[in-house]
Ligand binder design. Structure first.
Ligand SMILES: *[C@@H]1O[C@H](CO)[C@@H](O)[C@H](O)[C@H]1NC(C)=O
Length: 357
């Protein structure tokens, strides 16, 4: 018997499998992947749209942030030029009433300051986790009561300490009252990823109605901003962003990342994952979901392209912290936007409030 025909079996099998595979793939695309993907897409769009907080009225945003230096400006318009980062911490002890007053005296009407809670839940104006950098005492703010924090002199390490004397940590209430009395506007920066601060913000805005057209609430954490705006959609909010914010303690160009935040590997990998997802989602979903009005962007990640990209989404870009005169000139004159700075020295020579200067 001639068994030559057996040699055809592998080829026939190949044809069978390829045909079967192709048919199966086509069937799968049309019968299961395709309907599934449409269904999931529709569901995602519906969910995001349903749970988003719409952005505030553009008129309210402009009432606070004014016009940007590149816009059509009329005599009566408010133009946001310079934001004093922590009340210009290079010129006076940062985040203090003395610094905010110094800003008012120098004509700076926009302040950024940081808030967090003491151990007994008092909202205070402070940046770091401990008072060490400011006062040389190793005290953790979130584990210390207001009674024990309020008399600490936080000017002791500032180069201009002689000019300001004993300077204490202010409460949120004191800071906001002083700024409103001085006609200053503000970025209230929520420092920690702790939802306990959210009702504090709602209560503050309820008691001081004026804040709705004077203050922007900001944070690095989108979940915090979501809760703030979900509870009161009239509050204008921004988000702060820098590369690797969740996984690394610092970032600058050209050195790159600073030390890791988490020492444990599994926590570090989770943080890295957050950074990747957050960075992808921010200009696609997050800004829309939160109804953001501004993005506080690390100056080393700033470009004309980024400014345009965000402008199309109705979000203005404000870089931080811009301290050197050359960078200030570039941003004010060429990119024509405002910025956060740690020093007001030489400010008036940089910005101009009309288009034709
Ligand atoms: C912030 O806290 C929330 C709730 O505890 C948590 O789900 C989220 O991962 C935290 N975000 C970051 C970046 O650590």
């Amino acid at each position: 018997m001639n068994i030559e025909f057996l040699k055809l079996i592998p080829s026939a099998l190949t044809i069978t499998y390829v045909t079967y595979g192709t048919c199966y793939l086509i069937k799968d695309i049309f019968c299961s992947i395709f309907p599934f993907s449409i269904l999931l897409t529709v569901a995602l769009v519906a969910l995001i749209h349903l749970f988003r907080v719409p952005p505030p009225d553009p008129e309210i945003v402009e009432a606070i942030l004014g016009k940007e230096p590149h816009e059509d400006i009329e005599e009566a318009d408010y133009v946001l030029k310079t934001v004093a980062h922590r009340g210009a911490g290079l010129d006076a002890p940062e985040n203090t009433l003395a610094a905010f007053k110094m800003c008012a005296e120098k004509g700076c009407d926009f302040i950024e300051f940081d808030i967090k809670l003491t151990d007994d839940g008092v909202p205070i104006v402070f940046h770091d986790a401990t008072v060490e950098r400011m006062a040389d005492i190793n005290m953790e703010v979130s584990k210390t009561t207001w009674e024990n924090l309020k008399s600490i002199d936080i000017s002791t390490k500032h180069p201009f300490r002689d000019r300001y004397g004993v300077t204490n940590i202010p409460t949120l209430e004191q800071a906001v009252d002083q700024m409103l009395a001085c006609g200053q506007r503000m970025f209230i920066d929520i420092k920690d990823n702790d939802t306990k601060i959210v009702p504090v913000i709602h209560d503050l805005f309820q008691r001081k109605e004026e804040l709705h057209s004077r203050a922007v609430v900001t944070s690095f954490f989108p979940n915090i901003i979501y809760l703030v705006r979900r509870g009161n959609p009239k509050i204008v909010c921004s988000l702060a962003w820098r590369p690797h914010a969740f996984a690394y303690e610092s970032f600058k160009y050209p050195e790159g990342k600073g030390p890791r935040r988490a020492s444990a590997w599994h926590k570090h990998i989770l943080n890295e994952l957050w950074d990747i997802v957050h960075t992808w989602s921010l200009p696609r979903i997050t800004y829309y979901f939160l109804g953001l009005s501004a993005l506080l962007l690390h100056k080393d990640a700033l470009s004309g392209e980024k400014i345009l990209e965000w402008k199309k989404k109705g979000v203005r870009v404000i870089p931080w912290s811009v301290n050197s005169p050359i960078e200030k000139q570039h941003i004010a004159r060429n990119l024509k936007i405002s910025y956060l700075t740690d020093t007001l020295t030489g400010e008036n020579t940089v910005h101009c409030s009309t288009n034709n200067c």
